[in-house]
Design a protein around this ligand. Sequence first.
Ligand code: FAD
Ligand code: MLT
Ligand code: ZN
Length: 571
Amino acid sequence: MRGRRAVSTSRLLQRWWCCRPPMAPSNSSSFLRGSAKQASGPSRAAGRSSTFHQNLKQEASNSQLNSRDFRSSEFATLRGTLSLNCRSFGSAATKFPRSPAFSRITSEDIYHFKEILGEKNVIQDEDRLSTANSDWMKKYRGSSQLLLAPGSTEEVSQILHYCDSRYLAVVPQGGNTGLVGGSVPVYDEVIVNMNRMDKIVSFDQISGILVCEAGCILENVGAFLANEGFIMPLDLGAKGSCQIGGNVSTNAGGLRFLRYGSLHGNILGLEVVLANGSVLDMLGTLRKDNTGYDLKHLFIGSEGTLGIVTKVSVLTPPQLASTNLALLACRDYFSCQKLLFEARRALGEIISAFEFMDCHSMEMVLKYLEGVRNPFSSSMYDFYVLIETTGSDEASDKSKLEAFLGRSMENGIIDDGVIAQDMSQTMSFWRMREGITEALVKAGAVYKYDLSIPVDKLYDIVEEMRSRLGHSAKVLGYGHLGDSNLHLNISTATYDEDIFAKIEPFVYEWTAKNKGSISAEHGLGLMKADKIYYSKTPEAVNLMASIKRLLDPKGILNPYKVLPPSLILPN
Ligand code: FAD
Ligand code: MLT
Ligand code: ZN
């Protein structure tokens, strides 16, 4: 019953809120006042909304692509259409040599794994290996000959114990939606895929504490929780495929970070199998526990280099009764900043997401995603912001948001805006923001950067990059503005060394100079293993390497990732 409550469209706002034309006529302020009054009666805005409404309904019935959820089937299609773009750009072959310390798989190894896992969970099938060897963006490709699919912690333990004894390198793999080449082999590492470990272990209705296996798909966990009247504190565009173990291992950020914070705060406990096969039980379900060093934090964000996460305990918040989503248009980046500043104050206790995208990002989704339409008819604005509120009082949340948007429009901070009126519109707005990643991959080659930068400077790098690259590339800026997290993406028809040379190391140097981080939420993976010094001191990196050597002395876990291999592996 509670699950149904979660998707109740009646809790979404029932009207459009809108709409000054892009080139505001001289009577714009009176129109604004008028529009505020027109709230519930028939109006110009209402007329416009119903047309758009119908379009959206049409789209929704035409295509599942309107869903906010990014489903595995879409991934499959995308993979199919992208094979021409596939190229191991940035592959380790050009970065780090294969470590001679690692053994190569023999038939005795295969025999042993079959003994542990049963024949069907020892996978050598070419098609499945081809998929597992290649990342979501088709940018990184390994050449593993073996995928293992354990069904329990005990099996993971036996696999790692054996691999460690045999010097076989391993890459842990969850949903394989990572964006930094961390989830695929670089050479012939054994892929340990967590798909089969997908059970909910327990859920406590009083505390909201969930314990589940690492291979649970984020969206499935969300569906389970919806039935209990709770939500995951984490949401991201890849939720139809990514796994909770992968989320923990990348310390994924996503769309709810603004409200619920980092997984370092929400993950209460972990079960992890270490490189030598020993099981580290830290699967606590307590919110407070100051007994010694809190070891689980080492594994959150360690990208499979310190252990394989097998179970997760997570604190989940209750599902609140009212959700509103507004898509707003701003004339410049400064207005987006101002909007954030004001929204934090005016909507403090109900704001749950503050996302932004520039017009190049919007153009990309309009061009490449089926069924996505411009909600502002044919008008384009320079910037778009999505503000989501989530609260417990429908009437008060709604009027608070409307009042805030009305004021922001009168102050000229926003130029136009719409509030989603039902689930279909909500999904459609989210699709625009969440679909940028997919649209970029459809457009061709993408150079992807995930930066933390103080908000006031966050868009400067997009503009600088644009002037560096001129017409040779499209430069997009979007991301989690509420968390100071910019996704800087450069889109070209094909990968090009000259363009790449203009992007790197400039992007890293600029970020370091401006006291940012070169990885806000995606991790370092293979892509940035040798770039860590831009964001961390040599002392910190050396300590990380010592921890890695302590937990994984032979370096078998996800080699060449996160830290410069020279600190860990013999050449
Ligand atoms: P994988 O991609 O399989 O693996 C990622 C890393 O974790 C690898 O290093 C892998 O070795 C390791 N790993 C996986 N499972 C385990 C395990 N059980 N134990 C130990 N190590 C493991 N990321 C964000 O932070 N925010 C976003 O908003 C966001 N949006 C995205 C949207 C799209 C469309 C896509 C394609 C990706 C997005 N990502 C985002 C990136 C990605 O989805 C996340 O990093 C996600 O957490 C990865 O989960 P996964 O299960 O797919 O892990
Ligand atoms: C997002 O916020 O959309 C994701 O992190 C993916 C991306 O950066 O493209
Ligand atoms: Zn993101």
